[in-house]
Design a protein around this ligand. Structure first.
Ligand SMILES: *[C@@H]1O[C@H](CO)[C@@H](O)[C@H](O)[C@H]1NC(C)=O
Ligand SMILES: *[C@@H]1O[C@H](CO)[C@@H](O)[C@H](O)[C@H]1NC(C)=O
Ligand SMILES: *[C@@H]1O[C@H](CO)[C@@H](O)[C@H](O)[C@H]1NC(C)=O
Ligand SMILES: *[C@@H]1O[C@H](CO)[C@@H](O)[C@H](O)[C@H]1NC(C)=O
Ligand SMILES: *[C@@H]1O[C@H](CO)[C@@H](O)[C@H](O)[C@H]1NC(C)=O
Ligand SMILES: *[C@@H]1O[C@H](CO)[C@@H](O)[C@H](O)[C@H]1NC(C)=O
Ligand SMILES: *[C@@H]1O[C@H](CO)[C@@H](O)[C@H](O)[C@H]1NC(C)=O
Length: 447
């Protein structure tokens, strides 16, 4: 008997079923460096319908997946192209509030686990993108320090430039500069009112020339593994997040330093903590690679060669990353084909014919009335030492255009990307000190 997850088909409100009552207050740790912050979804509060939210997220994830994948195929040392692609890949999904300067000016930055640089648009602005808060003006801050060209952090940039002994960074977007400006140190303020913390001398890009889209943010904050990222600079290299259900109005949470622990809160978990080691890909040291070993559908381990998920030692292509900025999961083609075949054989519903542009192509027609319920196979992602049993809401969705019931996964020509849709309602800990990713199922709207 395949392992099944049952749902009601009275209304296709699959994605809303986890909205629940308000929870109890968190019990927070004391002592040591850390903070807690709120993550807002980029499309929150914009009045989109559920269908529009899904369509926008799926479209963004397609663009991001394509650029993340092309990153791996670059010639080593092709820094300009790498920088260009990194920024283009950086249309994220979540915004984090933070303060910059003394006194602090608060703004929201796109959180990106796929890149390192922290940057915001700065006055005087030669070219800027619309943003919801005023541009940061270094002249109004007592703690701004431009960095010299000899500073070690300047040399950590992909493509450092020197202008009048000031370190200049530039990241490109297509044919025009996406962000370029001065690399500087500033005091940043993080956290919510109860855990607010000011940290001096964080190096960041003060962008005077910017183009592209900032998705209603005023800059970006890199959470990658490289030395320029916030995680590396804060010297307390662990963070965790708990992403609420995709269509829930409740914001998600981010925890940093001592607050980043999977048992710091009082909301009950619905399973044991699992941990899997990160894998380093020398070709892409910024990104969080995992050792994925297989996938089960309906209780059956699919016949996928683990090499399908592995990094190609010769050129650094392939591999499996976890990425908060990609919505749906992209599986390397042989793995996707196996998952699709298992769904088609286990779900007794007609397949929908999808258009060629459709990102999702494992889609089923809803059964005709009067059927009231339908069973779907369970999905487990296997990692080295850790199984991630996905709740139904994390792998099935109602596709906005066709109205069909679709698998929230797509095929990839290169590597595998575990997207944020798959870790809704998991508390996920990135522990860089021990090089471990840990996760536990949790109702994130309750913590
Ligand atoms: C920014 O937010 C506004 C309303 O909050 C919304 O109408 C607009 O589409 C958003 N822009 C982007 C690029 O997401
Ligand atoms: C946080 O503090 C600011 C200013 O002190 C206040 O305006 C705001 O309402 C507070 N927010 C919360 C959630 O308490
Ligand atoms: C900038 O910050 C880094 C890291 O905290 C520090 O090592 C460096 O001395 C600072 N540079 C200046 C000019 O303040
Ligand atoms: C959970 O808490 C216990 C003690 O309360 C601690 O020893 C353990 O390391 C914590 N586990 C995680 C994953 O944070
Ligand atoms: C969690 O919250 C419940 C209800 O408020 C309370 O009874 C319980 O003692 C709390 N547990 C911990 C470990 O704080
Ligand atoms: C899908 O398209 C094929 C070929 O055009 C057709 O034979 C088949 O009946 C279609 N299936 C559905 C479910 O519409
Ligand atoms: C991945 O995990 C498998 C199974 O646990 C192990 O045999 C293999 O050596 C791991 N590969 C890497 C690159 O860590």
């Amino acid at each position: 008997m395949p392992r099944l997850a049952a749902i009601l088909v009275v209304l296709p409100l699959l994605l809303l079923s986890l909205s629940a009552v308000v929870g109890t207050a968190a019990s927070l740790p004391r002592g040591g460096f850390g903070f807690e912050a709120t993550l807002r979804h980029v499309d929150a509060d914009a009045g989109y319908t559920n269908a529009q939210l899904l369509a926008r997220a799926v479209a963004r994830s397609r663009a991001r997946a394509a650029t993340l994948q092309s990153l791996a195929t670059l010639a080593p040392g092709d820094a300009i192209t790498a920088a260009r692609i990194l920024v283009r890949a950086s249309d994220g999904e979540y915004l984090m509030d933070m303060g910059i300067g003394t006194p602090p000016r608060y703004y929201s930055a796109i959180l990106d686990t796929g890149s390192d640089l922290i940057w915001t648009q700065c006055a005087p602005c030669l070219l800027c993108v619309d943003q919801p808060t005023p541009y940061f003006d270094p002249a109004q801050s007592a703690t701004y320090r431009a960095l010299g060209c000899a500073s070690p952090i300047c040399n950590a940039l992909y493509y450092p430039l020197c202008f009048q002994n000031v370190c200049v960074y530039q990241y490109f977007y297509g044919d025009s500069a996406s962000t370029a400006g001065v690399l500087a140190n500033e005091t940043f303020t993080f956290g919510t009112n109860t855990t607010r913390v000011a940290v001096p001398s964080i190096s960041f890009g003060c962008g005077n020339l910017n183009a592209g889209s900032l998705a209603n943010g005023s800059g970006m904050v890199g959470f990658g593994r490289g030395s320029l990222s916030l995680v590396s600079q804060l010297g307390s290299p662990r963070f965790s997040y708990c992403l609420t259900s995709f269509l829930s109005p409740v914001p998600s949470r981010l925890y940093f330093g001592v607050y980043a622990t999977l048992n710091s809160t009082n909301a009950s978990t619905s399973g044991p903590v699992r941990s899997t080691p990160f894998v380093v890909n020398p070709a892409l040291p910024t990104m969080y690679f995992l050792n994925m070993t297989g996938i089960s559908v309906g209780g059956y381990r699919l016949p996928i060669d683990p090499a399908v998920f592995a990094i190609n030692d010769e050129d650094g292509t392939g591999g499996t990353i976890i990425d908060s900025g990609t919505t749906i999961t992209y599986l390397a083609e042989p793995a996707y084909d196996a998952v699709r075949a298992a769904f088609v054989s286990q779900i007794r519903l007609p397949l929908l014919n999808v258009t060629e542009e459709s990102v999702l192509d494992t889609c089923f027609k809803w059964p005709p009335p009067p059927r009231q319920s339908l069973t779907l196979p369970e999905v487990v992602l296997h990692f080295d030492g850790a199984d991630m049993e996905l709740p139904l809401q994390n792998y099935m969705l109602v596709e906005p255009v066709s109205g069909g019931l679709c698998l929230a996964m797509a095929t990839s020509d290169d590597g595998t990307i575990i997207g944020s849709f798959q870790h809704q309602n998991f508390h996920v800990l990135y522990d860089l000190e021990n090089s471990l990713l840990s996760f536990v199922p949790k109702p994130c709207n309750l913590i």
